[in-house]
Ligand binder design. Structure first.
Ligand code: SF4
Length: 756
């Protein structure tokens, strides 16, 4: 009996069977079972069809001859909605025929996609018709992780969740319940539930990603992430940002267009990424020394007076402190740290100054690399500031805000006051970290230590701490200390697998989410097709759960469409109009004239930070020597491939077929010394754990580094496509937290590699 045949009240075991049988043929059969046959999944004997364009066409012709499952050339309708295969939120058009989605294309009216989708976006159909989709609520029926589940009704599931959460609140206080979620459109109502419940403990993925960048920019410019104007940029410096593989659709398009126009692109990265191959100049910097590079750039710009004196005098604060600080940081000094020649650093500083203000150092994205990454981000921000590139063509500018856009808010009563300390140490241990950002990895460690108090429950909404937090062993150990874990997701990810209650969310092609803005317009996520099984939208789940806990007043909407209508009310546009076009562009407001103002204590760009000084941190960036591996160790680097988003897409069969597993990259020289050949199985071992993985022997990485893509090595037998494929970087990463930004230093883990 398959899981899909289980009746309410029945117990079943979810397991991977006939592991080696999981080729396209088997998956196609499963897909057909799930949706009644979608052409892309139901062609038989098409094991290599996506790799061989010729045979794929042949296959369709053959199918046609049999009259079976030929994709339609015309569709019943086209639905405008928003991609959720990553956080970039591209507008898309879902092409629907007889109640099924057959094709996804970019929405030309959406600024994040400009009519194009990346590989993950196009493969959204694989997420929708994943045979491992969660179709009904389930309660654990054996030990955690045993795979024994009981199918329950929504009523039973919601009553159980409400009862457990209420019990923990009454016994141990609302702070005993941890809530965690990731960047998504329904997050606002998850946060509403958390605040109404009264817990201060909220974990987001940000400290595993970009805390260093966000907090450095908040302190310098008074905003989380400055926007970039590629259209007139003459010179761009990236540090590890790999836009052609860690794709941010519209920005990746902008970069490629800039390269085509002749913009000079300099990339600092220990690995020769695909972005390196497109750059004008690749500098294989020693990991952890970006700060030295930018301190030396500042030294050159200031000592050679290559900065914008007028802009600095008018709009910045603390220039003299920076000038005094950078005196010893010569390019020769930086060369000894970065292993980039002093002459190169000096030349790049001069070239950048010559191109300014039509030049920028990219603020980066995943900046959690070393505990000195925060200071590196500050130094980069200061290079930008003194070049006078603010609001200049080809420079930096205020990023478009995500919130607001004139949308109405759902009325809410005041939230109860929370007085308990936060488990993540914000702000009592991490005073510079904003409350809404937090220090996620500290929550896990607080569960383990029971300090400052013991947590008892964890509510995970569309997130996966088992796969994402460093030291997976510790995360599972922390789970063992909790009385109740519940997860909402679309598939049985590793965290759901170890939960007590799993609730199925409708996929992004089947549900409404709160409206969002991009550029100067409002966009809608709306169902292209009916939700599969009993899956529901998060807006529905949160309201139902809140109501059962006596918090119904906080969810003042009848249903999803009513929620959206309340959001649209101030704009005077109907939901029907928005649904038909996919977007609404309010009349443009006249541009505000006036002096530049920055949301910092001084109202200026803070080269020297008063907030840092007030909290006894260095007000201007100073060199902090990062730890280095011993002679027999390597830096462990991680970074995305273009076909996957963190750990959430590996079970998508379309993407799995392209990149089914990860490998560890190792340079040819150390590989030869260790007798490792390309494709060999090796062990990678850190102080946190050991994984077995295939080796890719290559010259495209520094000899002192190894690299692996994150997100593989799933533990959940409920994700049958990806289960056990590749290895998990979370088994290897050691938890190091930057005391200022709270960022997890992901590249500060050192490993040994040897033949298996
Ligand atoms: Fe989807 Fe790709 Fe856009 Fe992300 S960048 S939202 S995956 S199309």
């Amino acid at each position: 009996m398959g899981e899909r045949d289980v009746k309410a009240g029945e117990v079943f075991k979810w397991q991977v069977s006939r592991r080696g049988f999981l080729g396209w043929g088997a998956l196609a059969a499963a897909g057909a079972l799930a949706v009644g046959g979608i052409p892309i999944m139901s062609q038989t004997g098409a094991g290599s069809q996506t790799r061989q364009g010729g045979s794929r066409v042949q296959g369709r012709t053959a199918s046609s001859a049999r009259g079976a499952h030929l994709p339609p050339v015309q569709f019943d309708r086209e639905v405008y909605t928003i991609c959720e295969q990553c956080v970039w939120r591209c507008g898309l058009r879902a092409k629907v025929y007889q109640g099924k989605v057959y094709k996804l294309d970019g929405n030309p009216n959406h600024p994040n996609s400009n009519g194009m989708l990346c590989p993950r976006g196009q493969a959204g159909i694989g997420a929708l018709y994943d045979p491992d989709r969660l179709l009904f609520p389930m309660v654990r029926a054996g030990d955690r992780g045993s795979g024994l589940w009981k199918r329950v009704t929504w009523d039973e599931a919601l009553n159980y969740a409400a009862q457990e959460m209420q019990y923990l609140k009454e016994q141990f206080g609302p702070e005993s319940m941890i809530f965690s979620s990731t960047h998504n459109l329904a997050q606002v109502q998850f946060e509403n539930l958390l605040r109404a419940y009264g817990s201060p403990n909220y974990g987001t993925q940000r400290s595993l990603c970009f805390n260093a960048m966000i907090i450095a920019n908040l302190l310098t410019f008074g905003m989380q992430e400055p926007g970039r104007d590629y259209s007139a940029a003459k010179y761009i410096i990236y540090t590890g940002r790999n836009l052609t593989e860690a794709i941010s659709n519209s920005e990746t398009q902008e970069l490629i267009a800039a390269i085509s126009r002749g913009t000079k692109v300099v990339l600092l990265d220990p690995r020769f990424t695909k972005t390196a191959s497109k750059s004008t100049e690749w500098l294989p910097i020693r990991p952890g020394t970006d700060l030295a590079f930018f301190l030396a750039m500042l030294h050159v710009l200031i000592t050679e007076e290559l900065y914008d004196k007028e802009f600095v005098a008018k709009y910045t604060w603390g220039f003299d402190d920076v000038a005094a600080m950078v005196k010893p940081y010569t390019p020769e000094w930086a060369a000894s740290k970065t292993e980039i020649p002093a002459s190169t650093i000096r030349r790049i500083a001069r070239e950048f100054a010559l191109a300014a203000p039509h030049a920028f150092v990219h603020p980066n994205w995943r900046t959690s690399n070393f505990v000195n990454s925060f200071q590196a981000e500050r130094a980069m921000a200061i290079v930008n500031a003194i070049s006078g590139n603010w609001n200049q063509p080809g420079g930096l500018h205020a990023g478009a805000g995500e919130e607001g856009g004139g949308l109405g808010a759902i009325p809410q009563p005041p939230y109860p006051r929370t007085t308990a300390l936060r488990l993540d140490g914000v702000p009592w241990k991490y005073p510079m970290v904003p409350l809404e950002i937090g220090v996620y990895q500290e929550i896990r460690d607080a569960v383990l230590s029971g300090q400052p108090y013991q947590a008892h429950g964890w509510f995970v909404y569309r997130q996966n701490p088992v796969a994402s937090l460093p030291e997976r062993r510790k995360t599972l150990e922390a789970f063992s200390k909790l009385d109740f874990i519940m997860t909402i997701d679309t598939t049985m990810n590793d965290t759901a697998w170890f939960s007590d209650l799993v609730l199925p969310e409708a996929s992004y092609l089947e549900r409404y989410d709160p409206l969002t803005t991009a550029g100067d317009a409002v966009f809608i996520r709306q169902p292209a097709v009916e939700p599969m099984g009993e899956s529901k939208s998060a807006l529905w789940i949160f309201k139902q759960l809140g109501t059962r806990m006596g918090l119904g007043d906080y969810f003042a909407y009848e249903d999803e469409e009513d929620y959206l209508r309340q959001q649209l009310k101030p704009l005077g546009v109907s939901l029907e109009e928005l649904k038909s076009k996919g977007y609404y562009r309010p009349p443009a407001k006249p541009a505000e004239e006036g002096e530049l103002k920055f949301n910092t204590p001084s109202g200026l760009i803070e080269l020297s930070s008063t907030s840092l000084a007030n909290s006894n941190f260095a007000a201007v960036p100073v060199w902090e020597e990062p730890p280095a591996p011993s002679a027999d160790q390597f830096y462990l680097l991680t970074g995305k491939v273009a076909q996957h988003t963190q750990f959430s897409t590996q079970n998508n069969r379309l993407l799995h077929d392209l990149v089914p597993e990860n490998s560890v990259w190792i340079h040819t020289k150390p590989a030869a010394a260790k007798g490792i050949k390309d494709g060999d199985e090796v062990f990678v071992e850190s102080a946190a754990g050991r994984v077995r993985i295939k080796a890719t022997v290559t010259e495209a990485i520094r000899p002192d580094c190894v690299y692996m893509a994150p997100g593989f090595g799933h533990l959940s037998k409920g994700t049958r496509t990806s289960y056990g494929e590749g290895a998990s970087d979370s088994d290897l990463h050691i938890t190091y937290t930057d005391p200022i930004s709270g960022g997890q230093a992901l590249s500060q883990t050192f490993v040994r590699v040897y033949k298996a």
